[in-house]
Write a protein that binds this ligand. Structure first.
Ligand code: PBG
Length: 321
């Protein structure tokens, strides 16, 4: 028996023929930060190459995204004013609602997903509404988050993505959407979202760091894996169309377990800290930029069908040449 490895016989064409995993631009969702004001295009210092745009500066970016073949964006809003009930999050004239309308005006080629959460809109910076003693009130929060989801759908969002992690919010939002006639709007749920240090740069980008405490009462303990399966199972039962694992890189095992345990599409969020590390290493010449493809392909190989990543534009360019 010939014990020499098969790889010996794999010339580039054979390698392509037997490749198990692929990375395509259509797997990727690109996050976009939209800010109030006019004539703003400012680079986010912690996320090199990623910008905050005011609505009047969006057009150029949208055309570039489309030209690169990116089809999906995930919107985050940075409002002018915050209050303890996050009213700008569900206002008809909120930043995200305006951005959705603007993008839909510019093009019908971009699928617009919106992040549904309170943290960018509340003075306390938590993902829900607080009760009298200063804890996040799960039940109260559901009502407001439902309002956010509805207002996004009304503005023309194609899909909503709740990231708040309150219990029961997927079922609640599904009910609200269906009742208002938005039965066709899918829900991508941040199902297994860990209380992670890798969100640091995002919180700077979106001004959403909690004013006190942390998110450990509603985000998951990163020591747990079975719990992720319970969270995902609940979200599917409540009507989630796509489930998400977040972050991605320190959680590849979770992605694989979720993929093997359920038969729904799995998204992985390659979060801000993961982007910042790799981006910086490539910029400083410590790593070849192919490390980006290797990393994202690794996330797909782990079982993700969809990757949300700040690298989407870089990858689209690399896959082109
Ligand atoms: C809002 C939200 C966060 C991220 C996505 N939606 C921040 C958080 O939960 O603190 C993080 C994304 C990233 O780090 O890239 N809840």
């Amino acid at each position: 028996m010939n014990k020499r490895p098969r790889r010996l016989r794999y010339n580039p064409l054979v390698r392509e023929l037997v490749r198990e995993t692929t990375l395509e631009v259509s797997d990727l969702i690109y996050p976009l930060f939209i800010i109030e004001g006019s004539d703003v295009k400012e680079e986010i210092s912690s996320l090199k190459g990623v910008y905050r745009f005011s609505i009047d500066r969006l057009e150029g970016e949208i055309h570039e995204i489309i030209q690169l073949g990116i089809k999906y964006v995930l919107l985050f809003g940075i409002p002018d004013t915050k209050d303890n009930k996050g009213s700008e999050a569900y206002s008809e004239n909120g930043i995200v609602q305006k951005a959705i309308k603007k993008i839909k005006n510019i093009t019908d080629k971009l699928y617009v997903i919106t992040d549904v959460c309170m943290c960018e809109y509340t003075t306390h910076g938590h993902c829900g509404i607080l009760n009298e003693v200063g804890y996040v009130d799960n039940e109260k929060s559901l009502y407001y988050l439902g309002q956010v989801a509805l207002s996004h759908a009304k503005a023309g969002a194609d899909m909503i993505a709740p990231s708040d992690m309150m219990d029961g919010r997927v079922g609640y939002m599904r009910g609200e959407l269906d009742e208002a006639g938005y039965t066709h709007i899918p829900i991508m749920s941040y199902s297994a979202k860990y209380a992670s240090s890798f969100y640091g740069p995002f919180r700077e980008a979106a001004g959403s760091a909690p004013a006190f405490g942390d998110r450990k009462s509603y985000q998951m303990d990163y020591a747990n894996s079975d719990e992720a399966l319970r969270e995902v199972a609940l979200d599917i039962e409540e009507g989630a169309d796509i489930v998400m694992v977040k972050p991605a890189l320190a959680y590849l095992d979770i992605i694989r377990r979720v993929k093997d345990s359920f038969n729904v599409p799995v998204a992985a969020y390659n979060v801000s800290g993961e982007y910042a590390m790799l981006k910086m290493a490539v910029e400083q010449g410590l790593l070849d930029k192919k490390a980006v493809i290797e990393t994202l392909l690794g996330i797909k190989r782990a079982g993700a069908d969809i990757i949300i990543t700040y690298f989407a534009k870089d990858v689209a360019k690399m896959l082109k040449d």
